[in-house]
Design a protein around this ligand. Structure first.
Ligand SMILES: Cc1ncc(COP(=O)(O)O)c(C=O)c1O
Length: 386
């Protein structure tokens, strides 16, 4: 009998898979996993059909089809006034998950330390560990989840190779400010520390706030891999297509990793997105579109008993029930799904030590009827049990 040695013994099935399966099994409204309940633009589907029929069905170039790399560079330059050379600084990949993994693989060697802020998106720490790196966790606490930059400074050592940031942030909806970026820049100045900035929710910001990309800070830009995704921007999370923007020397190393992970990304999807990106109105309308969803969801939550700080960005709203109940957040999330029919994610799963601050995360990228039904059900639960 072959003996299997697990390289990731502590890793099980992700909470997103568990909660989504549970939601399907019991017929609950799935506000757990981060995907829209509505479809993408019909024009985008037509463009894919067009390119499939046109014969764009063989391997794409390793770094992406030129038309898409150029469209990404143009969009970036017009939005953030930063230029990346499509030839050697823009790489198309199979989703931000791949961008993150390739960037981590490009720079992290065994025993290197990587600073992560928790709550953290679930792929960061395992991707670091698979490369032999050591996650150094910094805990962010509710309700503000503010980064304590003095603490970051203390955690930096001679072994620190990389810092991973995420703005707008999943699960908290927080956005980094210019003060955050200035403090980070002062800390990494005169070091060889790289940065990964996960900006997959770049177009989803609320209440007039602007997304501040790390590329906009020149002394951060030179050391940063910006990871983006079309999944969140165009309601196409199932397509798994994203990109990495990084200065030439960083992109050389990034591409070395990317070529062994997936080599290239789906060709017809790349051509379709290259055409679709020519019309900025789709992504420029997203803040208004999603702010309406967030506000609708907050109204639906009015009688729920949850307390919350409105999300600044992303399509997640976190809510606290610490004033009402002591129930463990994981158990409450399961009970919400099975008894009330609304699936949510317990925020403890985003902390490696499963810190339970009595907070749940809901995804409000759903049709209004689903949000309304969820609100009705949630108000019933709290009047019944607490
Ligand atoms: C913060 C964050 N980063 C990365 C990803 C992964 O993006 P993709 O689906 O493009 O791989 C997600 C998806 O939920 C996310 O929330």
């Amino acid at each position: 009998m072959i003996q299997v040695f697990s390289k990731q013994p502590q890793i099980g099935t992700t909470i997103f898979t568990i909660m989504s399966k549970l939601a399907t099994d019991v017929g609950a409204l799935n506000l757990a996993q981060g995907f829209p309940s509505f479809d993408c633009s019909p024009q985008l589907i037509d463009l894919v059909n067009f390119h499939l029929k046109k014969g764009h069905n063989q391997y794409a170039p390793m770094a992406g089809v030129p038309a898409l790399k150029e469209a990404i560079a143009e969009k970036t330059s017009s939005l953030y006034k930063v230029s990346y050379n499509p030839e050697n600084e823009v790489t198309v990949v199979s989703g931000a998950t791949e961008a993150l993994y390739a960037a981590i693989t490009a720079v992290v060697c065994p025993q290197d330390e990587v600073i992560l802020f928790e709550p953290a998106y679930d792929s960061y720490a395992p991707s670091v560990e698979l490369n032999g790196g050591i996650p150094i966790y910094i805990t962010l606490e509710p309700p503000n989840y503010q980064i304590n930059w003095d603490l970051v400074k203390q955690k930096i050592s001679a072994k620190t190779k990389l810092i991973i940031l995420n703005t707008p942030h999943n699960p908290t909806g927080k956005i980094l400010t210019i003060n955050d970026l200035n403090q980070l820049a002062a800390i990494v100045k005169d070091t060889n520390i790289f940065i990964i900035s996960d900006e997959v929710y770049e177009h989803i910001t609320f209440d007039g706030r602007q997304h501040l990309s790390l590329m906009q800070h020149p002394s951060l830009q030179e050391r940063t891999f910006i990871c983006g995704s079309f999944g969140k921007t165009f309601h196409i999370t199932g397509w798994k297509i994203g990109y990495c923007l990084a200065p030439k020397e960083l992109s050389v190393e990034f591409r070395k990793a990317h070529q062994w992970i997936t080599f290239a990304t789906s060709t017809p999807l790349q051509y379709a997105l290259a055409d679709f990106l020519k019309e900025p109105s789709y992504y420029l309308a997203l803040p208004e579109f999603y702010q309406k969803k967030r506000d609708k969801f907050l109204v639906c939550l009015q009688n729920s008993g949850f307390s919350y700080l409105p999300a600044e960005g992303s399509f997640f709203q976190t809510v606290s029930y610490s004033d009402i109940s002591d129930e463990n957040d994981y158990e409450l999330a399961v009970r919400l799904t099975t008894e009330i029919g609304v699936a949510a994610i317990p925020v403890s799963v985003f902390y490696h030590q499963k810190n339970d601050y009595k907070i749940l995360r809901f995804c409000f990228a759903k049709d209004d009827e689903i949000l309304e039904k969820a609100g009705e059900r949630l108000s019933r639960l709290f009047s019944k049990s607490f």
